[in-house]
Write a protein that binds this ligand. Sequence first.
Ligand SMILES: Nc1ncnc2c1ncn2[C@@H]1O[C@H](COP(=O)(O)OP(=O)(O)OP(=O)(O)O)[C@@H](O)[C@H]1O
Length: 258
Amino acid sequence: MALSATPKTIHIENVNKAFPDASGTNVHYVLRDVNLVVQEGEFFVLLGPSGCGKSTLLNMIAGFISKTEGRLALGDEEINKPGSDRAMVFQSADASLFPWLTVRENVEFGLRMKKVPKAERNRISDEFIRLVGLTGHEDKFPKALSGGMKQRVQLARVLANDPAILLMDEPFGALDAMTRRTMQKELIRIWQQTNKTVVFVTHDIQEALLLGERIGIMSIGPNSRISEVYDVPLPYPRDMADARFLELLQAIESHFEE
Ligand SMILES: Nc1ncnc2c1ncn2[C@@H]1O[C@H](COP(=O)(O)OP(=O)(O)OP(=O)(O)O)[C@@H](O)[C@H]1O
């Protein structure tokens, strides 16, 4: 991976995030002194225990919520609002898909908003429906799809809008174990074919090791930060029985032992 900064390199420098406490009179710092650079095209995993602030950090990169202090930028551009260069993939496909639209209509939704002509919309939706393995299901409604298929639709819809950066918030967290494994493999294939930057949030160490080129370990909150970044120099698809995989698993597990 080239380490030169590009207009889509994500820069997070000394970023803090505080929320008001329940009384509303004080603030508590969820994130404190977070530093990270994610290169264009990289698959980066943010791994941490529940409540440490992973989603908060992802939402700040998305521009959905503001930082309290620090610098957050894409290349030279400060991040202070959402942009078409970033797209979020959520855990709940049900919450993100329109139940009254078919698979194709869901995938084409953003393109329709941008007034892309119908023939071009169809060409793009064909391409991404094929990429996520849903050819033949174009005219189905979300209620007729399994959880894994709905996540594929969500992914196809996001990819159809061609963002440079995919922000994925535990996207497979609600799937059964077998579907989850399939989706992990599929995501790697799709990432390799599209060259997107992926920032993927999980609290599952194995998932982090199956997916990430690098894994950022977030410390337990409050005042959570990225306490260590691991390189995972293993080829895809990753083999969970590989001695180097197990070595990294143990090393990362040690961060979360009491
Ligand atoms: N709008 C908000 N107002 C006040 N506190 C908030 C707000 N959003 C998040 N928090 C708090 O920030 C902390 C981090 O939440 P966040 O959802 O980012 O964690 P997470 O690591 O993604 O957790 P999980 O893995 O359980 O989804 C939590 O203590 C949460 O209660």
